[in-house]
Design a protein around this ligand. Structure first.
Ligand SMILES: Cc1cc2nc3c(=O)[nH]c(=O)nc-3n(C[C@H](O)[C@H](O)[C@H](O)COP(=O)(O)OP(=O)(O)OC[C@H]3O[C@@H](n4cnc5c(N)ncnc54)[C@H](O)[C@@H]3O)c2cc1C
Length: 198
C-alpha cells in the first residue's frame, strides 16, 4: 500500500494508540463502535483508515509472536549488515534533538520530544530520514522511539522500524511512502514546521 504524503497526513491521527497499547481500550471495541456508525456521512475514509491501522497492529503482533527476539536483530530478518559510519553518533544526536537542519524532520522530532506522540507519516518521515539520509542504524531510532512514545509497543515499534529499514520479514513491503518523492508535499507552506519550531 503506497501512502500519499501531505501536511494533512502529518497530523492525521485518531490518537487511539496509547490506550490500545496500554490495554485500556480493546481493538474489538473500536471495531464494533465503527461498525455501528457505518453509513454516517463523511466518516468512511477516517473509519477505513482506523480499521486499516488495526490490521497493521494485528500483523505486527502476530509477526512478533512468530519471530520473537529476531525483531531486535540489527540485521532484521535479512542478511544486510549495519552501515558503519564514523559520524553515526553525531548524526543520531542531531536527529533526536531536532537539529538536522531539515525543517519537517526537526519539527517531527520536536513534537515527539514535547508530546510523546506523532502521526504514522511523521514516524515514517523521521525513520526514513535517519536511516537513508543520516545513515544511522535503525536500531538507534527504534530504541529512541521506545524511550519517547506514549503508545510504545514492542511489536508495532520494532516491526515498523525494521520494515522502514528494509530488514523486516516483508522486505518488499510498499507500506512505506517514498520520502524523496513526497517530501515536497509534506509541508509545502511550512505550517507544521512553524507549529513545532524549537
Ligand atoms: C517507525 C514507527 C514506529 C511505530 N511505533 C509504534 C508503537 O510503538 N506503538 C504503536 O501503537 N504504533 C506504532 N507505530 C504505528 C503507527 O504509527 C501508530 O500506531 C499510529 O501513528 C498511532 O496513531 P493513531 O492512534 O492516530 O493511529 P490510527 O491511524 O488512527 O490507527 C488506529 C490504530 O491502529 C493501529 N495502527 C495504525 N497504524 C499502525 C501500524 N503501522 N502498525 C501497527 N499498528 C498500527 C494503532 O493501534 C492505532 O491506534 C509505529 C510506526 C512507525 C512507522
Amino acid at each position: 500500500m503506497q501512502q500519499a504524503a501531505t501536511t494533512k497526513n502529518l497530523i492525521l491521527a485518531s490518537k487511539l494508540s496509547a490506550w490500545l497499547a496500554m490495554g485500556s481500550l480493546s481493538p474489538r471495541k473500536v471495531y464494533w463502535e465503527i461498525k455501528k456508525m457505518e453509513g454516517v456521512p463523511n466518516t468512511k475514509a477516517m473509519f477505513n483508515h482506523i480499521l486499516l491501522g488495526l490490521l497493521w497492529r494485528d500483523y505486527f503482533r502476530f509477526m512478533f509472536k512468530k519471530y520473537g527476539n529476531t525483531f531486535f536483530n540489527p540485521d532484521g530478518f535479512g542478511s544486510q549488515g549495519l552501515v558503519d559510519v564514523s559520524n553515526e553518533q553525531e548524526n543520531f544526536n542531531k536527529w533526536r534533538s531536532g537539529q538536522t537542519g531539515f525543517a519537517v524532520v526537526d519539527a517531527v522530532m520536536t513534537e515527539l520530544n514535547q508530546t510523546g506522540f506523532i502521526s504514522n507519516i511523521a514516524r515514517q518521515t523521521a525513520a526514513l530520514y535517519l536511516i537513508n539520509n543520516l545513515e544511522v542504524s535503525w536500531i538507534f531510532g527504534a530504541a529512541y522511539f521506545e524511550e519517547k512514545l506514549i503508545d510504545y509497543n514492542p511489536a508495532s515499534n520494532w516491526g515498523n522500524w525494521a520494515n522502514v529499514a528494509g530488514v523486516g520479514n516483508d522486505q518488499k513491503s510498499k507500506s512505506v511512502f517514498d520520502l524523496d518523492k513526497n517530501i515536497k508535499n509534506l509541508d509545502p507552506k511550512g505550517n507544521y514546521a512553524t507549529i513545532w519550531a524549537s
